[in-house]
Design a binder for this molecule. Structure first.
Ligand SMILES: [Zn+2]
Ligand SMILES: [Zn+2]
Ligand SMILES: [Zn+2]
Length: 298
């Protein structure tokens, strides 16, 4: 009763299966792209291969680390293994960061001295990319519309637009022989990758640096707790998130000096429920009495 950390979240067993299918498809397509990129001598295709390598690692680490992340807490990791999933996101971001630097390093000399590419091969790979990513988007549309699912779908749609850009670029190269379009396209892909990397790194670092969870309003919580009958003061509110979804909080609740045990139990129960309404999964509330000196906070 009132111990939220004892409740378990139900998981959709179909998610792992869908992730496994996505991993195999993405991995195969990444290999096709790398071979196709070398064959057509196209930096744009190789850039997209690096992008898809990032997607593959993201799905793979999600599969592996999510399994670790659901492990029960133990004496070594008292909060459980949830933050390991954030570690997977960090790994993906670092791979993409290195990949983008390689793309830029390779593409700039080609801007100065353009190299011939096989425009027809690029065109076929782009068509394959549009079909492949398009099917993935349609598959996800059938699934449940969770926030994460929506984010993945948006990402896949952006990937489709990327392939359209390469398709149009390869047609122009075919018609005009302007080979400099290829390194330009690869720099656009690198910019797109870097934009997403920095966006993700920002939220990853917020987790690791113990920032307050998104949309958490401490002053609103404080006033709601003060409204509980018998509570005279709230202080030392600390809150952080394990992985962006599972939030932890601790606070001190000062209660009237003459409170009975029954009143204390009721106050704590109401306070726990209120904190839970603020999206906190693991609250720890310390009760203190009026005129009692709190030696934890300054
Ligand atoms: Zn407990
Ligand atoms: Zn992608
Ligand atoms: Zn205190």
């Amino acid at each position: 009763m009132g111990h939220y950390h004892h409740t378990k979240e139900k998981k959709d067993p179909g998610v792992r299966k869908r992730l496994k299918v996505a991993f195999v498809l993405n991995f195969s397509f990444t290999i096709i792209e790398f071979i196709g990129g070398v064959y057509t001598n196209s930096m744009a295709i190789i850039s997209d291969a690096i992008h898809d390598l990032g997607d593959t690692v993201a799905i793979g680490s999600a599969l592996w680390l999510e399994k670790v992340a659901t492990k029960k807490r133990d004496s070594k990791y008292t909060y459980g293994y949830k933050r390991f999933s954030t570690l997977g996101a960090l790994l993906t971001s670092l791979i993409l960061l290195v990949g983008s630097v390689i793309i830029i390093y390779e593409a700039i000399p080609r801007l100065i001295a353009p190299q011939p590419v096989l425009a027809m091969g690029m065109m076929w790979l782009a068509v394959l990319g549009i079909v492949f990513n398009g099917i993935a988007v349609l598959r996800l549309r059938g699934g449940n519309a969770s926030l994460n699912n929506r984010a993945v779908m948006l990402h896949l749609m952006e990937d489709v637009f990327g392939w359209f850009a390469i398709l149009i670029g390869s047609i122009i190269i075919k018609l005009t022989g302007w080979y400099w379009i290829d390194p330009i396209l690869s720099l656009v892909v690198a910019a797109y990758i870097l934009f997403n990397v920095f966006k993700n790194l920002r939220s990853i670092l917020r987790v690791f640096l113990q920032s307050v969870p998104d949309n958490f309003d401490a002053s609103k919580l404080e006033s709601e707790l003060l409204a509980i009958n018998g509570v005279t003061e709230v202080h030392d509110i600390h809150t952080w998130t394990m992985d962006g979804n599972y939030h932890v909080l601790s606070l001190h609740l000062v209660v009237e000096h003459h409170s009975t045990i029954e009143q204390l139990i009721q106050i704590r129960s109401i306070a726990n429920a209120k904190v839970k309404d603020f999206g906190i999964h693991h609250p720890t509330i310390a009760l203190e009495f009026e005129n009692e000196k709190c030696d934890i906070c300054e």
